[in-house]
Design a protein around this ligand. Structure first.
Ligand code: HEM
Length: 212
């Protein structure tokens, strides 16, 4: 099923608007003084969670492609992956600006006090490595190693969840939801499960065709 160029452009514009909207909304809340007593922390925490949502959205594209056989999902994967990186960088900038007050000499003592920052940094490094090699030239240059490198996304997901766990370990209610979504997305990639996805589509199609 080929995707017309105009449909794809429309999808890309929609992805751009949907990905940008939360950042604009949170900034608007800050501008309205509706972001609580610590607007900087409000931005940091929301954008941190937003990074995980972007990662989930990126990881859901392959199973969705298998389920629907629509190639468009694969074509917006790079765009969403880069949005994940953009969110992670914005999260880091909030940390540097609102928590460190741009005083990078505090980073050493901060890391001792909050070691989960190292985990976040490792996750960000993984995203940067994938972001800078997400173009066609790197694909050609790296050949088979490109796929291996981009398996880093699973490590990034694990590190992101660990980082989140460490921050909220006193109350794991919300974290459990994120961990369940992450585990579900990994489950869908296991070969025996992934093989079932196109079959599921065929089954739904057959049932639709059958009258009654
Ligand atoms: C250089 C990289 C990073 C740094 C310095 C960093 C730093 C932080 C800090 C300081 C907090 C808030 C802790 C608190 O106030 O109690 C936080 C929370 C969080 N970060 Fe990061 N982080 C980084 C990367 C990441 C990445 C790559 C992800 C996602 C993949 C992420 C997801 C989160 C989440 C989900 C939270 C918790 C939000 C909440 O409690 O509502 N962070 N991070």
């Amino acid at each position: 099923m080929a995707t017309p160029r105009s449909t794809l452009t429309l999808w890309r514009v929609a992805v751009f608007c949907i990905a940008l909207a939360p950042l604009l909304y949170w900034s608007y809340q800050v501008a309205l003084n509706a972001a609580g007593p610590e607007p900087g922390r409000y931005l940091l925490l929301n954008i941190g969670q937003g990074t995980l949502w972007m990662l989930f959205a990126t990881l859901s594209l392959t199973p969705l492609g298998k389920l629907t056989r629509w190639k468009g999902f694969a074509l917006i994967r790079r765009q969403l992956g880069l949005w994940t990186l953009a969110y992670a960088v914005a999260h880091l900038l909030c940390y540097a600006l609102f928590i460190l007050g741009l005083d990078l000499s505090r980073l050493g003592s901060e890391i001792v006090r909050r070691p989960y920052i190292i985990v976040g940094m490792l996750a960000l490094l993984g995203l940067v490595a994938m972001g800078v090699t997400s173009n066609r030239a790197s694909m050609r240059r790296l050949g088979k190693r490109w796929k291996t490198l981009h398996k880093l996304v699973y490590l990034v997901l694990a590190l992101g969840l660990l980082h989140f766990f460490w921050v909220v370990r006193a109350d794991l209610g919300e974290w459990s939801l994120y961990a369940a979504i992450g585990a579900g997305l990994m489950l869908l990639r296991l070969p025996p499960v992934a093989r079932q996805l196109p079959r599921l589509r065929q089954q739904v199609k057959r049932e639709r065709r059958q009258p009654g």
